[in-house]
Design a protein around this ligand. Sequence first.
Ligand code: GLT
Ligand code: MN
Ligand code: MN
Length: 392
Amino acid sequence: MSSFDPIKQDRFTFGLWTVGNPGRDPFGEAVRPVLDPNHIVRKLAECGASGVNLHDNDLVPFGSSAGEQDRIVSEFKKTLADTGMTVPMATTNLFTHPVFKDGAFTSNDPKVRAFALQKTMRAMDLGAELGAKLYVFWGGREGTEADACRDPRSALQRMRDAMDFLCEYSKDNDYGMRFALEAKPNEPRSEIYLPTTGHMLHFISTLKNEEMVGVNPEVAHEVMAGLSFAHNVAQAMACDKLFHIDLNGQKMGRYDQDLRFGSEDLKGAFLLVRLLEGTLGGKRYDGPLHFDAHAYRSEDEAGVWDFAKGCMRTYKILHEKALAFDSDPDVVAIIAEQNDAAIDPLLTGGYSKETASSLLGMDIDVDAIAARGLRYERLDQLLVEHLLGVRG
Ligand code: GLT
Ligand code: MN
Ligand code: MN
């Protein structure tokens, strides 16, 4: 077994809807049969994943009776126990049923908003029964085409009311859940409220139980918005709000591709793994590493497991590359070159009259600094050479 083969300790997870994606798209039918959730769990365990995540209706079809739900859930729990797999995260499908065609928590119709809360409370009960301590909210339909239909401030207030209510529901039932809000700029709606992780971070600061709520950034969604995924994740990590992460691959300017992790923008994937694993320093992310992606439409079931193994292997390979890069003496030297241990404390220690007068009295040779080359061409080439495997 090579060291890149995934093991449970790697904390890799997949959604039932990811490896279970049958390849349907707006222009074509499914190309693969729908897989049984118990089969998915067994196969994921064999591949080295540690857990599986789900929407309520990925496991229990919409409209099932209480008896059917009990039967499905008890068989699923047995499969989890047999394979040692966990369910770290659960979520609600608030986008497939036509009742949600104009949103769920933000709909203009209070009956739709009531149904969205009812469905979410029931899905949280299911998640809690399966042991999930993280609960994701992706507002897929929380948006507009005809933007004149509501004041966007009402949408934000409705979203806030829903989050405040559901935080209390978790507390009231002792579920011990933390919520992770997932942003996406568009698709399936023309505009989606709270379109990026940065928007979510501010929104969270307006909630009654803000300590319970963090983010679930997804590579594809920030790239669709034209942003650096690593920078968005860094901001979430810096304020201890990275509760969960959706890893995948995406080309800029496309629809939400949800490709195999690392299959596009390898440099971006490398910088992300370097950040999550803290190889440059700083706190590591220690939550689940979830792949919210699916296999190409060209694949049969065997290709789905190739896809799943590929996501996990690429993460582990990039982790090794990041360790090698950050311990490469040439890299360390370029990054250290601009350090100045005498000045740095003046800039990080906060304001005082003494610091202000030290700064005001400092003689800074701006022309010499401006004339100096920073050797970032060399640094980036070193990164490329590590990635291409000729260094490290
Ligand atoms: C859907 C979406 C994902 C979300 C899932 C959670 S569902 O596949 O595209 O980004 O994370 O609701
Ligand atoms: Mn996602
Ligand atoms: Mn996506």
